[in-house]
Design a protein around this ligand. Structure first.
Ligand code: FAD
Length: 506
């Protein structure tokens, strides 16, 4: 179907405040990719709503005219989720940045989706509270994006990922209906559709208000930095600490390449430059509990072969040690014009073997790979460095990325830990799931979005991008859908179209 984008622009301008529609080619350039710069596609039109009502009006317009759309937060996603690879209206939430309610008595806060992750803690830190999920991109990424990707972060080892911290969401469904998923209460009897929506990468609708759980800031926090002359030893330290029953708030490893990139970025020798790996361990809780855990973790690092162990001496020192880890991607970005971040998961015990295999692959493909990862969760982030102007390099980079994911699956892991599937990994989904599993997931998606307008082409393999295997899956799905989707679904949609058609603006 051909979309009349000039008409769409007119309708959007009628529904939104002045300067909320972006249609000039040079301005649209800013939306041509997310954090995965390997793939680019300029959208035909971008809108910047400020309220739920405006988002709902835009989605009703899209539904009425059969126009695909996708939400965009800060565009830091690393799997192409916010990429308009097929023509779609981009609905950016960057003007939905209000904190709507702070309820300290019940330890919750309600925010618009464009609110930046780090702002949530900033809003309540003075009262001794914080928001636990802390992606390394937390100074720029949005809560809406975190919800869509079910983002993790350094502290998710102990405190859980985004889905463990979202109590309630106001969501606009793809037909423009506004609904609420979840509840501010701890327990409610309904189906957990909140859990279905979180991590659905914008394919089920747009979250327009999110109520988050707040935690009390811990009484005491300690950060240890242990350095090792072999990556295997750092992996062994992670294994020993976990096996001893110590649950750190975070355990992160950086390899030699990343250590030097970070030290260069800040122009100092914060991490030992000759170490094969450094392990950062954060321990938090009551004073006495932390003191004991520091003793145990330090001793176990020594047993694993740590060369030195340093304990951050002050809050500023602690922040400095984490700043290096959280700036790792930026630091690598300084020494290469482009890199491709992978995001695989392996059982912790498989870490040393998988890292050695990645090193071997890096040599074979003649592409440097930097490793920085959430070691406690077994969540790897190999960064493949390349120059986009080298002939044939993109194919090599993608093949290497795929081989790394294959390694993760073969080790009993997953093709994504926290960055989502997006457009980048959809062709690998059938490495993990049988056609029946995929068909069931597609049915859930279709229950929310029968017309397939929300973030089209994402997550699931498509014949256009993934070829024959996807074609077989789609055929499989059609059999299921015809079997299960009641006739009423089509009737409901028809009623919607008729009621919307009566509105003047259309
Ligand atoms: C340097 C760097 C470090 C990173 N570190 C981490 C990390 O430690 N942990 C981690 O998990 N991720 C990390 N990421 C990835 C990324 O920051 C997260 O996935 C983040 O949640 C994306 O948020 P965003 O606002 O940028 O979303 P976008 O990139 O704009 O969008 C991501 C997806 O969310 C959807 N979406 C956005 N808003 C909404 C909404 N309101 N309703 C429904 N769908 C929506 C989009 O359609 C898209 O599919 C990192 C990225 C970078 C660049």
């Amino acid at each position: 179907m051909t979309i009349d984008w000039a008409a769409m622009e007119r309708h959007c301008r009628a529904l939104l405040p002045a300067r909320a529609v972006v249609a000039a080619a040079q301005e649209l350039l800013a939306y041509d990719c997310d954090g995965l710069t390997l793939h680019r596609a300029q959208p035909p039109l971008v809108v910047l709503p400020e309220t739920t009502e405006q988002v709902a009006a835009i989605l009703r317009l899209c539904h009425r005219r059969g126009v695909p759309f996708l939400a965009r937060g800060s565009g830091t996603g690393l799997s192409g989720g916010a990429l308009a690879e097929t023509e779609a209206l981009v609905i950016a939430t960057s003007r939905m940045r209000s904190i709507l309610d702070v309820d300290l008595a019940n330890r919750r806060i309600t925010v618009q989706p464009g609110v930046i992750n780090g702002w949530v803690t900033r809003a309540v830190a003075g009262d001794g509270f914080y928001y636990a999920p802390d992606p390394s991109s937390q100074v720029v990424c949005s809560i809406g994006g975190n919800v869509a990707e079910n983002s993790g972060g350094v502290h998710c080892l102990k405190y859980g990922v985004t889905s463990n911290h979202v109590l309630e969401m106001e969501v606009v469904l793809p037909d423009g209906t506004v609904t609420t998923l979840g509840s501010g209460l701890a327990e409610t009897p309904e189906l957990d559709l909140r859990g279905v929506f979180i991590g659905s990468e914008g394919t089920l609708g747009i979250a327009t208000a999110i109520t988050l759980r707040l935690l009390r800031a811990p009484q005491s926090v300690a950060v240890l930095l242990a350095d090792f002359t072999a990556m295997e030893a750092a992996g062994e330290a992670v294994r020993l600490v976990t096996a001893a029953g110590v649950l750190p708030a975070g355990m992160e490893i950086m390899d030699n390449f990343t250590i030097n990139a970070v030290d260069d970025l800040f122009g100092r020798d914060e991490y030992p430059r000759d170490a094969a790996a450094v392990l950062l361990i954060e321990l938090d809780g009551q004073e006495r509990e932390v003191t004991a855990a520091v003793e145990i973790a330090g001793e176990l690092c020594r047993q694993a072969g740590a060369r030195t162990i340093r304990r951050a001496s002050s809050e500023a020192d602690r922040a400095l040690l984490w700043k290096g880890r959280k700036s790792a991607f930026a630091a690598v970005g300084r020494i290469t014009p482009t890199y491709y971040v992978q995001d695989g998961v392996v059982p912790r015990s498989a870490l040393p073997g998988v890292l050695a295999a990645i090193e071997e692959l890096s040599r074979r493909y003649e592409l440097p790979v930097a490793n920085v990862f959430h070691a406690g969760d077994g969540n790897l982030h190999p960064l493949i460095l390349y120059r986009a102007d080298e002939p044939g390099v993109i194919e090599r980079v993608q093949e290497l990325g795929a081989e790394i994911l294959r390694l993760c699956i073969d080790a009993g892991g997953s093709i994504t830990g926290e960055h989502g599937v997006g457009s980048d990994k959809r062709c690998y989904l059938d490495w993990m799931f049988a056609p029946d599993d995929l068909a069931t997931m597609r049915l859930v998606r279709e229950a929310f979005d029968p017309a397939g307008l929300a973030n089209p082409g994402k997550i699931f393999p498509t014949p256009r991008s993934c070829g024959e295997s996807a074609r077989r899956q789609v055929a499989h799905r059609h059999i299921k859908v015809e079997h299960h989707l009641p006739k009423e679904a089509a009737e409901v949609e028809q009623r919607d179209v008729e009621s919307l058609a009566s509105l003047d603006v259309f």
